[in-house]
Design a protein. Structure first.
Length: 134
């Protein structure tokens, strides 16, 4: 591979379901809106928004939420060459309350825990200006 990146982010991608209204507990919410999430994913999309070349290494499930993540990453101009998918777990999700204080949240771990370090990923690391993991 002869492409380099300003940032290679390695770690979790998930879908955040955040309550539509302000509430102290997720159980009190009437509805939720879906957002692309995960610490390294948020960093990757924000750096891409600044016009930098960014790639994300993560793992999603072979499900609709995995497709949601891939579509959103591509729309935000994040390279998805190193996004893996697994049939062994669903895409990770987080359910959170929109809150004026500390949000109440629950995380359902899934595919992000199945990320493996491939030979191609190891080969691109020396060509990246910054590598960020979480």
């Amino acid at each position: 591979m002869d492409h380099s990146f300003d940032l290679l982010a390695i770690g979790e991608s998930l879908v955040d379901f955040i309550s539509e209204e302000i509430t102290d507990h997720v159980g009190n919410a009437d509805g939720f809106q879906a957002f692309l999430g995960g610490q390294v994913t948020n960093l990757a999309t924000n750096v891409a928004r600044l016009g930098k070349q960014v790639s994300l290494a993560t793992c999603v499930g072979r499900d609709g939420l995995g497709k949601f993540i891939l579509k959103d990453l591509r729309q935000k101009r994040v390279d998805t060459t190193f996004v893996q998918n697994t049939p062994d777990a669903p895409t990770t999700i987080s359910i959170a309350s929109r809150s004026l204080t500390t949000p109440d949240f629950v995380i359902y771990r899934g595919a992000d825990a199945h990320l493996s370090i491939s030979q191609a990923l190891m080969e691109i690391i020396p060509q990246c200006s910054i590598v960020h993991t979480s």
